[in-house]
Ligand binder design. Structure first.
Ligand SMILES: *Cc1c(COP(=O)(O)O)cnc(C)c1O
Length: 364
């Protein structure tokens, strides 16, 4: 509250002030060299593809290999920039499978879009290696990965660009915001123009060099209205203080599920070496839809992350190309996982799930 009050009292709620402070805090927290604060991760993914395309002279219709098991904004972002999503299948972590990925590479493949599902790093190290070997760019959709570490370091350093989401339901919640972290300083400088309609205050200041002409600026190219504001940044600054503690509690809840659920229930594992933000705790069941309804009847409301995107009309051109993602899409449940969940609540979910599974078995 006091951070937001400070913005209001200062009369500075927009770009600058807290957005600069949050970018600095995020760089310090993650160890990433650059960070630019945005109004959403969707905007960030769009700019990630768009700027890499401009820089490396990719053409319309060039391809980015992506996962069908994600929130649609991941794949829409590829289309916004005039590129084509080519879908590769997922692995046991529900992340992009490097083996499947390798089979989808063509002469027009330019980049890989990797989604760290639920905070999991999956086989990101192997995907990174393949990208380097084949000269492909790596875009990391880290919407679920605020606070995820791999072998002790925060994720993001391996990618050409990493995009985080601070949307209301993510691990570091604001109301709506995101962060784009380019590896290269030139792209970080460039993206700051693109998030504010192509406006560049610096060039004018340089050429005219006078304080008196502060209101003059140059516009070098088109741009978008994608930058974040100080109210969201103020919320982010506060939430960041609790991120590690919150994620540790999420891992505790996950550990309770691991321990309490019946051995026969198939869990989505966390990759070795990954300290997951535990955005999600996912299991795979038969008769998923009926089990969801049975849980709802017991006032338990799990989620499904996600529906195989190739089942949607607009991505149907790739239908049937990713059988493992399709199977997961039909069987996935994300069990309740949040900071107010107690051990007793986890027991209640376990009991409700057991009841639902047994009931369905009984009715065959
Ligand atoms: C939430 C989410 C996004 C989009 O984030 P916004 O900040 O809401 O734009 C992108 N990818 C994944 C995997 C997400 O879960």
């Amino acid at each position: 509250m006091s951070e937001i009050r400070e913005c209001l009292e200062k009369g500075w709620t927009g770009l600058g002030f807290k957005t600069v402070a949050f970018e600095e805090a995020w760089r310090r927290y993650t160890g990433l060299p650059h960070a630019h604060f945005l109004n959403s991760a969707t905007a960030g993914l769009h700019l990630a593809v768009r700027l890499l395309k401009e820089t490396h002279k990719w053409r319309e219709g060039d391809e980015i290999i992506s996962t069908p098991l994600t929130f649609v904004s991941t794949n829409h972002a590829i289309l916004y920039a005039g590129l084509r999503p080519v879908f590769a299948d997922v692995d046991e972590y529900l992340c992009l499978d490097p083996v499947s990925m390798a089979t989808r590479v063509t002469a027009r493949t330019r980049a890989i879009m990797f989604v760290g599902m639920g905070g999991n790093t999956g086989q990101l190290p192997e995907v990174t290696r393949l990208c380097r070997e084949r000269g492909l760019k790596l875009i990391l959709d880290a919407a679920h990965m605020a606070g995820t570490r791999w072998q002790g370091g925060h994720v993001g350093g391996e990618a050409d660009v990493t995009v985080f989401s601070f949307q209301a339901v993510k691990n570091l919640p604001t109301a709506d915001a995101g962060m784009i972290c380019f590896a290269e300083a030139t792209l970080d400088a460039e993206v700051r123009k693109w998030t504010w309609l192509g406006i560049n205050k610096d060039t004018y200041a340089r050429t005219v060099g006078q304080e008196a002409y502060k209101w003059r600026y140059d516009v070098e190219h088109e741009g978008f209205k994608y930058h974040g504001n100080s109210i969201m940044a103020a919320m982010g600054l506060v939430a960041l203080k609790y991120l590690d503690q919150d994620n540790a509690y999420r891992r505790q809840v996950a550990a309770w599920y691991d321990e309490l659920l019946h051995d026969k229930i198939e869990r989505v594992p966390v990759a070795p070496g990954c300290e997951s933000s535990r955005h999600l705790y996912q299991i795979l069941v038969e008769n998923r839809d009926q089990i969801m309804l049975a849980l709802n009847e017991q006032q338990i409301y799990p989620g499904v992350h996600y529906c195989d995107n190739t089942l949607y009309q607009m991505y149907a051109y790739a239908k049937g190309t990713c059988p493992r993602a399709l199977d997961a899409s039909n069987r996935l449940i994300s069990l309740p996982l949040h900071l107010r969940l107690s051990h007793a609540d986890v027991c209640r979910v376990r009991d409700a799930l057991r009841k639902a599974v047994n009931f369905l078995k009984g009715t065959g």
